[in-house]
Design a protein around this ligand. Structure first.
Ligand SMILES: [Zn+2]
Length: 184
């Protein structure tokens, strides 16, 4: 699939579409994540169920995402599979003329010209997945509380932290001199 084909999946046609409720299913797989470059997601398989209700003045888009994404572990860099189950909603007001400044980027309500041919939800889907990502991606501990990260990397990290500790233990003669200073 090329870029255009992937993007086309996210375009919901409005022109000539009668009022009513429509359902779509879009799948977000590796090609999508390669194109969208969301945070550090490398791969994934998300099924996106879209329900679009259209009236003359409003388009109400409800999205349900289910599946998983894959991102590198912050500690050992090996891939971590992150399950996702999200619901998001986008409301689009259809107006005869869109005034300048009417669209607020942070808003989940968009204002669009009533003659808009199609509604592109690519960016909306991108942001929904981005916001659902955890702040830190780390392999979970097993049932015994042991890290499931790459053992090689864990060993290296352990060695590094030991070296740091040893360094801290060595006393700096300048500190000793300062400690002996008396303030009267
Ligand atoms: Zn890890």
């Amino acid at each position: 699939m090329n870029e255009k084909q992937i993007r086309d999946d996210f375009k919901l046609r409005l022109a000539g579409v009668e009022d009513g409720t429509y359902s779509f299913s879009i799948s977000c797989k590796k090609e999508f994540f390669e194109l969208a470059k969301i945070s550090n997601i490398e791969d994934g398989d998300l099924k996106l169920q879209v329900e679009m209700s259209k009236t003359e003045k409003l388009v109400d888009v409800r999205c349900h995402f289910e599946g998983y994404v894959v991102a590198p572990c912050d500690r050992c860099l090996l891939p971590v599979t992150l399950p996702m189950d999200i619901d998001e909603r986008l409301i689009v007001k259809l107006v005869p003329t869109v005034e300048e400044g009417e669209n607020d980027d942070d808003d989940d309500i968009w204002v669009m010209d009533e003659n808009t041919y199609e509604l592109d939800i690519f960016q909306f889907v991108y942001e929904s997945i981005f916001l659902a990502m955890p702040i830190s991606v780390i392999h979970e501990d097993d049932e015994n509380g042991n890290s499931t990260c790459d053992p090689e990397v864990l060993k290296k990290l352990e060695e590094l932290s030991q070296k740091e500790e040893e360094k801290e233990k060595e006393t700096d003669p300048r500190w000793d001199a300062l400690k002996n200073l008396k303030f009267d």
